[in-house]
Design a protein around this ligand. Structure first.
Ligand code: SF4
Ligand code: SF4
Length: 83
């Protein structure tokens, strides 16, 4: 599933550059993840890079965007076609 940034976000900017899919954007007051671009890092890394760097652990699975591994791989392949 795509991931979600909660209100705990302190807008530190650590995650944005780490995202291989350019799915994270600065927003006011917290950062946001585009569910159409977040593959949970499937296709790039073994674990979500944003969660690994977030200093306040405010990135969670998005209950409204539940996807299985096949769907995440499909999304990854679609994003590759865009480039
Ligand atoms: S899990 Fe990966 S693809 Fe999704 S927002 Fe975080 S860094 Fe980007
Ligand atoms: S790393 Fe965490 S606290 Fe920093 S901008 Fe990203 S989500 Fe917010």
């Amino acid at each position: 599933m795509a991931l979600l940034i909660t209100d705990e976000c302190i807008a530190c900017d650590a995650c944005r550059e780490e995202c291989p899919n350019e799915a994270i954007e600065e927003n006011d007051p917290i950062y946001i993840i585009d569910p159409d671009r977040c593959t949970e890092c499937v296709g790039h890394f073994d674990e979500p890079q944003c969660i690994a760097v977030c200093p306040v652990d405010c990135i969670i699975s998005d209950p409204d965007n539940v996807e299985n591994i096949e769907e995440l791989k499909f999304k990854y392949e679609k994003l590759q076609e865009e480039e």
